[in-house]
Design a binder for this molecule. Structure first.
Ligand code: GLN
Length: 547
């Protein structure tokens, strides 16, 4: 029977609940269990698709096209699972469903109330689309005590009662502050937070305590005593310098054992295979070489905005046994520079990466960085908006269309990049009206791309049909393909109907490639995405670019 694990957090936010949940998922996976990972966020947006990356960090896109919280990226990377549209829910979506049902008349005659209508909707989500998985993990966003989260906790409490407490585990991630002057770890905030959770009718089963220093036996016993938990279930999560050490650290502290014991599964549980994590940590602590990559982005002030991208660069580094030193530059900083200043700023880097983004700010800076990479033969990798700006750069400087731009940026221009209003998915035509909603209406999720034989893209992927995840509203106008190709910028990947350019490259350049999709979403530790791997290899000027 499926076992349900809820991961809640208390005391403060930003304790790394996403990584903690993902690492617990990976520990269960490493014992051969099937694992499903989900996120429940109490906020009122329907999904994070319309939130600024500065507010909420990256929007992670699943294979089936959901715009989700970046924690789903952690789940996919750590537990090596594909998350689905049905694996993430927000308070906004719950209320929206209830209101829609009320309008449709589904509750006809009833007074629609928080309990049972909203809580039933929460429970329906918890049970939805499950396929007999061994474990389903639900990370609950926010901090216990938040008004916003109250109904979610109530729904979860009811659910645990419905399926039986033996089938449910509550893990509570908390903080033990270390007071330097007293030389002591303090347990009081955790005691209070556990009590707040208890007020919602939920007794934490395992305390996972973030701490700078190891936990003594007396603190463990004290926490157990005050929080109504066995001292064995008080597990320390020490700070680590590399997130890929987290599964190993939890295993060492016996967290997986306590989880299995809670469900009375420990005796028959298979042994864990931790070799993947051991290898990754070993490589990342003994890099043989180093390469310097600059990311010319738009949201560099908050690195969470580029979480999958920076992870994908790390995976590519591990695959090349090289440390990837990343410098983040806000693209608008490049705009006022003279050519000489721009040269001074960019000359140190072995590779230039222009990532995805939205809106006109910083576009000129991106175009200058791309022109620099193209003319100075520096390995270049453009992603989504990075490909669109590479096309604009080529149109302006190689085709001489001075006002070449994207319809996204407004103003009078020649729209080399224009809004997609029609595209195909699984043989079905998608049509978007020009003035439709902004939320959830982009070309989202995995789409196939046909790669031209003999190109750099073909050497990288070693196949002619790939699938990668997308998130965009605009697209290079295919009408410019032949003109650009005549100037040496070729389209090496296209949608199967031949209408949407997916990859461009410059064969005469050592490594210049740009893609309309987001390869960072499919990169995983130990399985780096092929383009990231090749880009880092090119930056290292490795002889074995395609070994
Ligand atoms: N803003 C561009 C578009 O919507 C690029 C999107 C992106 O980089 N994800 O097409």
């Amino acid at each position: 029977m499926t076992k349900y694990i809820f991961i809640l957090g208390g005391v403060v936010s930003s304790l790394g609940k996403g990584i903690a949940s993902a690492a617990i998922g990976s520990l269960l996976k490493s014992r051969g269990y099937s694992v499903r990972m989900r996120k429940m966020d109490p906020y009122l947006n329907i999904d994070p698709g319309t939130m600024s990356p500065y507010q909420h960090g990256e929007v992670f896109v699943t294979h089936d096209g959901a715009e989700t919280d970046l924690d789903l990226g952690h789940y996919e990377r750590f537990a090596d699972v594909n998350c689905h549209k049905t694996d993430s829910i927000s308070g906004g979506r719950i209320y929206y469903n209830v209101i829609q049902k009320e309008r449709r008349g589904d509750y006809l005659g009833a007074t629609v109330q928080a309990i049972p209508h909203v809580t039933n909707e929460i429970k329906d989500f918890i049970k939805s689309d499950l396929h007999n998985e061994d474990f389903v993990l639900y990370e609950v966003g926010g901090t216990v005590g938040d008004i916003e989260g109250t109904l979610m906790l109530e729904g979860i409490r009811q659910f645990a009662n419905d399926v039986g407490r033996d089938n449910v585990l509550f893990i509570f991630l908390t903080l033990l502050p270390f007071i330097e002057t007293a030389g002591e770890l303090k347990t009081k905030p955790t005691q209070h937070a556990v009590k707040t959770l208890l007020e919602a009718g939920i007794q934490a089963d395992i305390l996972l305590c973030r701490s700078k220093v190891p936990l003594g036996e007396s603190e463990r016993r004290k926490l157990g005593l005050f929080c109504n938990i066995s001292a064995d279930n008080v597990v320390v999560a020490l700070d680590v310098d590399n997130i890929y050490k987290v599964p190993l650290a939890y295993h060492q502290e016996g967290l997986d054992v306590q989880v299995l014991k809670h469900f009375r599964l420990y005796e028959q549980a298979p042994e864990p295979d931790m070799t993947k994590w051991q290898n990754i940590v070993k490589i990342s602590e003994n890099y043989e070489k180093e390469t310097k990559i600059v990311v010319v982005g738009k949201y560099c002030g908050l690195l969470e905005a580029y979480k999958s991208l920076s992870e994908a660069l790390t995976h590519a580094g591990i695959a090349n046994k090289a440390k990837v030193k990343v410098t983040w530059i806000e693209s608008d900083e490049l705009e006022p520079l003279t050519d000489a200043q721009l040269h001074d700023k960019l000359k140190y880097f072995d590779g230039i990466l222009v990532p995805g983004g939205f809106g006109v700010r910083g576009i000129q800076g991106k175009i200058r960085a791309i022109q620099y990479a193209r003319e100075h033969k520096i390995p270049f990798f453009g992603i989504c908006l990075g490909m669109q700006t590479a096309v604009i750069e080529a149109a302006r400087h190689l085709l001489g269309i001075e006002d070449a731009s994207s319809a996204e940026f407004g103003g009078k221009c020649t729209p080399i990049i224009s809004k997609m209003t029609v595209w195909e998915k699984d043989g079905v035509q998608h049509i978007r009206p020009d003035n439709g909603d902004l939320g959830g209406t982009m070309r989202l999720g995995a789409y196939p791309c046909v790669i031209k034989e003999g190109t750099l893209a073909h050497r990288i992927y070693e196949k002619t049909l790939i699938e990668e995840r997308h998130r965009h509203r605009y697209e290079m106008d295919i009408a410019y393909k032949d003109k650009l190709e005549a100037k040496g910028v070729i389209v090496s990947g296209l949608s199967p109907d031949g209408l949407l350019p997916e990859i461009i490259e410059i064969p005469a350049h050592p490594f210049f490639i740009a893609v309309q999709f987001h390869p960072e979403f499919t990169s995983r530790p130990g399985k780096a995405n092929p383009i990231f791997k090749a880009f880092v290899a090119a930056a290292l000027k490795s002889e074995q670019l395609f070994e």
